[in-house]
Design a protein around this ligand. Structure first.
Ligand SMILES: [Zn+2]
Length: 306
């Protein structure tokens, strides 16, 4: 069950810990394995490459419970295993999704994680509804996509980031000034001063520091949800008294699934979401890495083989 893909593009992000050799990919099919049955994909098709489609085993503890993104049996492209930095990659056909017209290969590559992880978290885990008021921490590589996903749902979203330029980009997307926490302003004070106390249904924490996790528990309404995606601090403190008395739901999310990716690509096609991605060339990798380290790359950078 193999597809070989040349002209592979991949995107990557600033990352602590072990290197990931390309977990966000997009490429064109050059060959389809003889065991592939019933697929509509053809040689020549441009496909987005989902890194963790799972093994699909009926006896798999994760795949049999609709948790393919945390399956340990299937191949994890670019996550501790061979990924999409290679000019050709062999993948399970279940991880290939046709890229719709109007979506660039760079966008399709970042759609596989930077958009898909946010989409899965907000739609499948947080089940954010149009009637909700949400509070979003972090407008970086994932958070800025999260903002567009929540706006597409139609929910109100209050945005918070320590970077002025990120807040300006949120304003350009149409977030009213009254829903933007000024850089450096305490979120807890902002919520009280702007009549939002008891009104934040869901906090979307795409940062995950001691400070954002602390603020989240204080600003969320009674009966509300804390959606945890960012993990900048590896350990945070749950206030048991706040959690129980406010009857909070702490919801963690990781990655996304192929069906999410199909929906995400349609949202990019209709421009409900426009991922922030710059394009570069593979041979420029060292220079791009340096620029990333110096904070000169916004969102994500997709490197092209050709
Ligand atoms: Zn599995």
């Amino acid at each position: 069950m193999a597809i070989e893909i040349p002209k592979t593009m991949f995107a990557w992000r600033k990352h602590k810990g072990n290197p990931e050799p390309g977990h966000e990919g997009c490429g064109r099919i050059v060959q389809i394995g003889t065991e592939v049955k019933g697929s509509n994909l053809r040689v020549g098709d441009l496909v987005a490459l989902h890194a963790v489609p799972g093994c699909a085993g009926e006896d798999c503890p994760e795949c049999s419970r609709d948790l393919s993104q945390i399956c340990e049996r299937g191949h994890h492209s670019g996550i501790g295993q061979d990924g999409f930095y290679a000019p050709y990659a062999t993948i399970d056909i279940r991880g290939a999704v046709l890229v719709p017209d109007g979506v660039t290969p760079a966008e399709a590559a970042v759609a596989t994680d930077a958009v898909n992880t946010a989409y899965h978290a907000i739609h499948r885990r947080g089940e954010v509804k149009k009637t909700e008021t949400t509070f979003l921490f972090g407008l970086g590589g994932l958070g800025f996509n999260a903002l567009q996903i929540v706006m597409d749902i139609g929910a109100r979203v209050i945005v918070c980031d320590i970077r002025e330029d990120c807040l300006e980009n949120a304003a350009k997307l149409g977030v009213p000034a009254s829903d933007i926490v000024p850089a450096g302003k305490s979120p807890q004070e902002f919520v009280v001063e702007n009549g939002l106390a008891g009104k934040i249904d869901t906090v979307l924490d795409f940062v995950g520091t001691h400070q954002t996790f602390e603020d989240s528990q204080h600003i969320v309404r009674r009966g509300g949800k804390l959606l945890c995606i960012g993990s900048l601090d590896t350990e945070n403190t749950i206030h048991m008294k706040i959690g129980t008395r406010k009857r909070l739901s702490y919801i963690f999310s990781y990655g996304g699934q192929v069906r999410d990716l199909e929906e995400v690509l349609q949202l990019i096609k209709t421009r409900a979401i426009s991922p922030q991605v710059e394009e570069g060339r593979l041979e420029d990798f060292p220079a791009v890495l340096k620029a990333l380290g110096e904070g000169k790359v916004k969102g994500r950078m997709a490197l092209m083989h050709e």
